[in-house]
Design a protein around this ligand. Structure first.
Ligand code: RIB
Ligand code: CA
Length: 314
């Protein structure tokens, strides 16, 4: 039996976060040690509630959910209701969460989990702004070297930005947090818009999900039907990028992805390019590489994998 990959999912649900969480909870290769909510797509009181709703939908009510930071380290919160709707999970038939929110703050949970487990055994999977992760590093610098690796959805280079011409939303919301994480020395794998824009929720793909025959398939199809309308109109494509599940798919089948180990710096000074992930793709600077920046994926295999895993849920 292979050793399970033990992960903490840090998230701002968000329909695509919801699909990523479901995919992770369905995958026996992964042990989700906990889910930590952060403010992002919608405010924290909704991202923590939505995290618990998705845990309830998955039937995995053993998974603890913690609420983290309600605003970025040093900026006002920017949210994305125009994409995700007022609740953050518009599209699905909303149920009341059946698990309570944990009392402990998410940042304390991250710190304690890393201190209580052997170094190199906990992977952090941020799917939203990096505020919780950076705050944990600031509060407890000793945990940095204990993190096995960070696999995050965020950033953009050749695909350019989605919230400004140069910045992707997760990094834009809290660029100071991103700068802290990218300069931490922790092994980082980045799933940027460059790759997430290759996994589009086309009708053929999502019909297969809807027709799985379980509640999860129906609700995921309902979630993406709502979520995709914004990007389909914006980009004029026949589907929307399904960002966050790329993190989970990378954990499960890294071989379907391709990337390059490069230096990635975060713009925090200029308001024009705030939150830009400046990837030195052609190694033209003397800055040391610090992240595996993913640029390609086998998108058909991605959706096969996603559908296979969602089939395993109620
Ligand atoms: O830019 C896409 C990212 O921003 C995704 O994680 C989405 O959920 C939003 O948080
Ligand atoms: Ca997200």
């Amino acid at each position: 039996m292979n050793i399970k990959r033990r992960i903490i999912i840090d998230t701002d649900p968000g329909q695509d976060d919801a699909v990523a969480i479901l995919m992770a909870l369905a995958s026996e290769e992964l042990e989700v040690v906990g889910i930590t909510a952060v403010a992002g797509n919608v405010p924290l009181e909704l991202t923590e509630k939505n995290s618990r709703i998705i845990v309830a939908l998955s039937g995995r009510e053993d998974i603890p959910v913690y609420a983290g930071c309600s605003k970025p380290l040093g900026r006002e919160l920017v949210t994305a209701e125009e994409v995700h709707g007022k609740t953050g999970l518009d599209g699905m038939e909303l149920i009341e969460p059946s698990i309570p929110l944990e009392d402990k703050h998410a940042v304390d949970f991250i710190i304690e989990t890393l201190r209580e487990n052997n170094p190199g055994t906990i992977t952090l999977c941020p799917l939203g702004p990096l505020t919780n992760i950076a705050q944990a590093m600031i509060q407890a610098p000793d945990i940095i070297e204990r993190i096995q690796e960070i696999i995050l959805m965020g950033g953009a280079y050749f695909e350019v930005g989605n919230v400004t011409p140069t910045a992707e939303f997760n990094i834009y919301v809290d660029p100071e947090a991103a700068k802290k994480v990218f300069s931490s020395g922790v092994p980082i794998t980045v799933l940027p818009l460059d790759v997430t824009h290759q996994v589009l929720t086309t009708k053929t793909r999502m019909d297969k999900v809807r027709n799985i025959g379980n509640r999860t398939g129906k609700e995921v199809a309902n979630l993406t039907t709502f979520f995709e309308r914004f990007d389909k109109e914006k980009y004029g494509l026949d589907g929307a990028p399904l960002h966050d599940p790329c993190v989970i798919a990378y954990l499960l089948e890294p071989e379907i992805f391709e990337g390059r180990f490069v230096n990635v710096e975060i713009e925090t000074e200029s308001e024009l390019t705030r939150g830009m992930t400046v990837a030195d793709w052609w190694d033209v600077t003397d800055r040391n590489p610090n992240a595996l920046f993913i640029g390609k994926v086998d998108s058909d295999r991605f959706f096969e994998l996603l559908t296979e895993r969602l089939r395993l849920l109620p």
